[in-house]
Design a protein around this ligand. Sequence first.
Ligand code: XIL
Length: 343
Amino acid sequence: MRKLAAEKGLLYGTTISAKQISEDSRFVDLVVQQTGLVVAENDMKWQVMNRGARGDDDYGPADTVAAFALENDLALRGHNLLWYHRTPSWFFDLTSRQEIESAIVERIRRLAGRYRGMVHSWDVVNEPIEPKDGRPDGLRTGVFLEMFGPDYLDLAYRTARETDPAARLVVNEYDVELDTPEQEVRRTTLLNLLERMRRSGTPVDAVGVQAHLSCAGAPPFSAARLRRFLADLAGLGLTIQITELDVTDEKAPADEAVRDRLVADAYGRFLDTALDEPAVKMVVTWGLSDRHSWIVRKETHESKWRTDGTPSRPLPFDADLKPKPAFEAIAQAFAYAPQRAAG
Ligand code: XIL
């Protein structure tokens, strides 16, 4: 997949963790063979790194992932500098605006500074919009907005740019892929946000479309709508990254062959459309093998898993690291993708 993607000017990547790097050498070999980029699934998230007190951050696992990328000549994505959902608890106790600002700046300077020059792109703010929160600008009323105000975005992107000028700065968002009125509102909201950021000089280079998809029981997909959205994003002068692609088979029939076909078709349909847009320069699957997928790991209690007891099969390789029809579908989408300028 790495090679097929690279031939078209595309970067293909996957998530990895420090634990997998130290404990699962067969999986790691597959990552090195198949991908050109890695992103830490959780190891760079603030709340995951923070051991409780302000400043008491454990960089060990994040360093392991960064060193792994460097040693194996893989590009490195940074995920993420700020995410309302993974903010350490002490942050919520800050009261003065100055303290809040300095905590945000410190977080970004420390992490982005540590890997300066090594990171291809940073998800600076993860999931900044939520039209359902009811604000006219559609921004999510999460911790940063509530405690600092909407210009936390400008602060974050400027600080990231100053800290690592070579990294592409990304706004990463979900539920903007499918054909529902809710997702249409999310698309418009995201476009408006990015347009405002560009107009006001807030440094942003790319948009991340997460693309956590579903192969059955999901809302409809419209190639025309997705194409239009991606073209609108490209029209703002942004590059586009598909950042967390996976296909849950949560509601698909139990038969494995049927499921694998449905999952593969969903990958193919999505990628064929997305890769038609030349501004799409990167595809990252949220994992590479069903062995390590947030959809399969029930203990996270955050995801979608099957209720019939059969393990989910959402990724290109199965739990034994054998390629599935999804692998063929992705490879084929890369092979047929139009050539693009690298970026
Ligand atoms: C998920 C991880 O995959 C899980 O292991 C963890 O328990 C929760 O976070 N959008 C994101 C990712 O931006 O960081 C999330 O990753 C999946 C949804």
